[in-house]
Design a protein. Structure first.
Ligand code: NAP
Length: 275
């Protein structure tokens, strides 16, 4: 007899994650033989021991969130090209005694964008990425795939230089003190920093200098309207938050584990909007 599949998300802390709502919705909608997708806190100090215990318990797939994506990258025995390219893993799959690492944030970010935005604001345009953490790596790769010219700016300059070297895609690093000089030339501005979570405000950009035709994106989805997006809204600049990316990266992980690419339905989006 085959066992129902067990999947979940690991992070530290992971309590804020809404991934279980998304995955459990699709498990039910697609009649997948799987138990409830769960949130599991894993202390980075005990990563290997705790993930091995989950494997022993029969888990077949895990999403990985902050701050465990780089540890998951080192833990995986087999890596997809895209996870090698980013140096981060957000999807672990356990089968036939091996551990496969993938990164669905890249495709998730790409699929979250309207074609109009890609055509008008990314392809052959200047694109500014704020931040140089795990999410920035995925976003830089995605923008590069879509034909944009990437500029990276981060509080810690060396980390921006580090990802520029690691990713080996064409990009420029902007010192935060020079941001005011270049921001007016950017047609796509994306926040991948954690500024905007909780009570923090993102004041990295002076929005009076941003071009009216630019498109502003914040990877954060809770709150739905961060201070960053609110500043864009006040100047009538188009914007979007990170909820669609979250759903799209989840869909790709779901496909890896269950061989079904679920649809991003209004029913699910309404469920998430209502949270
Ligand atoms: P991370 O690896 O911890 O990186 C955090 C980034 O934020 C770094 O660039 C860091 O700069 C910057 N930062 C933190 N505090 C700051 C401050 N006070 N001032 C200026 N910069 C600051 O995290 P991550 O995995 O990249 O995730 C970043 C955000 O993206 C999180 O909010 C996460 O929830 C979101 N995310 C969303 C999705 C989605 O599907 N929508 C997917 C992935 C991630 P330093 O290098 O200077 O420390």
């Amino acid at each position: 007899m085959t066992q129902s599949k067990k999947t979940g998300v690991i992070g530290f802390p992971v309590d804020h994650s809404i991934s279980p709502i998304i995955h459990n919705h699709w498990i039910k909608e697609n009649n997948i033989d799987a138990v409830n997708y769960e949130k599991i806190n894993i202390d980075p100090k005990h990563f290997e021991k705790e993930v091995c215990a989950l494997i022993e318990s029969g888990i077949s797939g895990l999403n990985v969130t902050v701050p465990l994506k780089e540890l998951a990258f080192s833990f995986a025995k087999e890596l997809t090209d895209v996870s090698k390219q980013t140096g981060a893993v957000n999807t672990l799959t356990f089968k036939k005694g091996t551990v496969c690492g993938d990164n669905t944030d890249v495709i998730g970010f790409q699929r979250s964008l309207d074609q109009k935005v890609v055509d008008h604001n990314i392809y052959n345009k200047n694109c500014l990425v704020l931040g140089a953490g795990g999410a920035a790596r995925a976003v830089v790769c995605a923008i590069h795939n879509l034909g944009g010219r990437v500029y990276i700016c981060n509080r810690t300059l060396e980390k921006a230089e580090q990802i520029q070297r690691f990713l080996q895609t064409e990009s420029e690093v902007v010192d935060q003190k020079d941001l005011g000089d270049v921001v007016g030339e950017m047609q796509f501005i994306v926040n991948t920093t954690s500024l905007g979570l909780g009570n923090t405000n993102n004041t990295m950009i002076n929005f009076t200098k941003v071009d009216q035709g630019a498109f502003v994106y914040d990877l954060i989805y809770n709150p739905k309207l961060t201070s960053f997006l609110s500043d864009a809204q006040k100047r009538n600049i188009q914007y979007q938050n990170g909820i669609k990316m979250l759903v799209e990266q989840a869909a790709e992980s779901f496909n890896i584990w269950h061989n079904v690419l679920p649809k991003n339905s209004d029913l699910l989006m309404n469920k998430l909007e209502g949270l």
